[in-house]
Design a protein around this ligand. Structure first.
Ligand code: GRF
Length: 217
């Protein structure tokens, strides 16, 4: 079976990119990385891509007069690589509605919160300030509104009484690295349908366990 050709878009260290590289290294995995694109030539995630022998391109947004021309160059690179699904992984540029529509239902993102709670930046500090008992991450299809769109996969992690933003981020990040390959696999296997703004996942069951935090002594 042909593997789904994906691009991973990054701006930084690329630990989620690494999780996708590792998943795609299995020849039985239904997707392959056709291109890693960074908007910053110095993004250290590019080194991970090169180490894995992947095609890379840096499209430096600072070299373009506006978002449209920057995105047109990105789309050119994505099309040249015959990309079928674009995966944002720590890509720190806002995308125009035009780009999002161009890749509609073929553009996904990972976000470090249980969306629709905490869109935007500093999710962990904001969650701690609110005293929530669970945090998590979300893989979702991208819509024009930032950090919104049909949810594919989420993971919830407990917040501990002694957490700071860094410890909570690390706990969530470990789950991001499991959720992104899972979401990609489900999409590449054709198991995800978008209906009325929500994802229906064929053959998927919810876990049986309920989590309560704090735990009674
Ligand atoms: C992750 O927390 C991701 O959820 C967010 O940006 C961070 C990127 O980390 N969108 P990395 O570059 O994948 O390590």
């Amino acid at each position: 079976m042909a593997r789904l050709k994906i691009a991973v878009l990054i701006s930084g260290r690329g630990s989620n990119l690494q999780a996708l590289i590792d998943a795609c290294a299995d020849p039985k995995f239904p997707a392959e990385i056709a291109l890693v694109l960074a908007n910053l030539p110095g993004a250290s995630g590019l080194d991970r891509a090169r180490a894995a022998g992947l095609a890379t391109v840096a499209v430096d947004h600072r070299g373009f007069p506006d978002r449209e021309s920057f995105e047109a160059r990105m789309t050119e690179a994505l099309e040249a690589a015959k990309v079928e699904l674009v995966c944002l992984a720590g890509f720190m540029r806002l995308l125009t509605a035009g780009f999002v529509e161009r890749w509609r239902d073929r553009l996904i993102n990972i976000h470090p919160s249980l969306l629709p709670a905490y869109p935007g930046l500093d999710t962990h500090a904001r969650a701690l300030a609110d005293g929530v008992r669970f945090a998590g991450c979300t893989v979702h299809f991208v819509r024009a509104e930032m950090d919104h769109g049909p949810i594919v996969v989420q993971a919830a992690v407990p917040v501990r009484p002694d957490d700071d933003a860094a410890s909570l981020a690390a706990r969530v990040l470990a789950e991001e690295h499991r959720c992104y390959p899972l979401a990609l696999r489900l999409i590449a296997e054709g198991k995800v349908r978008i209906e009325d703004g929500r994802c229906r996942i064929e053959g998927a069951a919810a876990p049986g366990a309920v989590l309560i935090n704090p735990q009674p002594r």
